[in-house]
Design a protein around this ligand. Structure first.
Ligand code: GLU
Length: 304
């Protein structure tokens, strides 16, 4: 068994010394004032040991990491019908690119690019009684922690600047791949992205994906094949047009968000969450990717 705590300490030191920390997302104005020097990692092994370093207990905006939990909820609600409206291929393009959606007749490439996540949001709006409240409760329940909330200022900030997301939703609507009103679906989507969680909470929330669909509280949230599918999608599509690079360097299923978080996991082994708000040019956390590369190299624990 590797000495996880010492490995995390070395990784933290390397992050502190890094000359280039990337840059904080500014296209959502409310995210622009986050201190770039935040850095945290939380690791939980499947046998129940926890390790944390740095700012692993500070809440941050989970942004696109929420797309994985939204997909899990949609699959639990409508199962295979999910795939009638969304494909499962990497896009090879930025998360908010629209051209492919037009060429491919309103069927998003995968559930983790924005257009795909907006279709998932539409599914949840159709199938949940109180969509925002029910989804938040789902995340709280997965985590076993009621102390998780939306940051309303972030949701609002994204709403007033989310022109490309409005364009994507309207395009989906024109192809009849959006059943609810654009405003309603996006209001849900902006809130799901504006959930704030710590590294430790995210690690707990994602436990079910490393544990064949059964969550921390020992409840079955997805079937084993469904958990397998989500992990496959995280590996191939979790990092937008840098998914290949993440698989190449890190070798784990994972998902990033423009708040600077990354959750990655090795089924039946561990879940790890990093937070470093500076992003690289592809919108993924610069130091988070480096940290995970260092982690799987030092521990030799990856899927490959
Ligand atoms: N809420 C963000 C957006 O729709 C999510 C992007 C991300 O985290 O990659 O632009």
């Amino acid at each position: 068994m590797p000495d996880f705590q010492s490995i995390l300490e070395i990784i933290q030191q390397d992050a502190i010394n890094a000359l280039d920390k990337g840059s904080v997302a500014t296209y959502i104005p409310e995210l622009a004032h986050i201190d770039i020097n935040n850095f945290g990692i939380h690791l939980r092994t499947s046998d129940g040991n926890d390790y944390g370093i740095g700012d692993y207990n500070k809440p941050f905006s989970i942004q696109s990491i929420s797309k994985v939990l939204a997909l899990a909820k949609a699959m639990a609600l409508i199962g295979e019908d999910t795939w009638k409206r969304i494909d499962v291929e990497p896009s090879g393009h930025p998360f908010n690119q629209l051209a492919l959606l037009e060429i491919e007749n309103g069927i998003p490439r995968n559930p983790f690019i924005n257009s795909g996540a907006i279709v998932i949001a539409d599914i949840l709006v159709s199938n949940l009684k109180n969509p925002k409240k029910d989804f938040l409760n789902y995340v709280r329940d997965l985590t076993g922690d009621d102390n998780i909330n939306f940051n309303i200022d972030v949701a609002h900030s994204e709403k007033i600047t989310g022109f490309k997301n409005f364009a994507a939703a309207n395009l989906l609507k024109s192809f009849k791949n959006l059943n609810n009103p654009v405003e309603e679906v996006l209001d849900f989507y902006f809130h799901q992205c504006a959930i704030e969680m710590t590294c430790e909470q995210l690690t707990k929330a994602f436990f079910f994906l490393a544990n064949k669909g059964t969550c921390m509280l020992n409840k079955t949230r997805l079937s084993k094949p469904q958990a397998k599918r989500i992990n496959a999608l995280m590996l191939t599509c979790g990092f937008y047009d840098e998914a290949g690079e993440f698989a190449f360097e890190v070798g784990l299923p994972g998902k990033s968000g423009v708040g600077g978080g990354i959750v990655a996991l090795l089924p039946d082994n561990y879940i790890i969450t990093t937070w470093a708000p500076g992003l690289n040019k592809k919108g993924n956390s610069k130091l988070g990717m480096l940290a995970l590369e260092e982690f799987t190299s030092k521990t030799k624990l990856s899927v490959f």
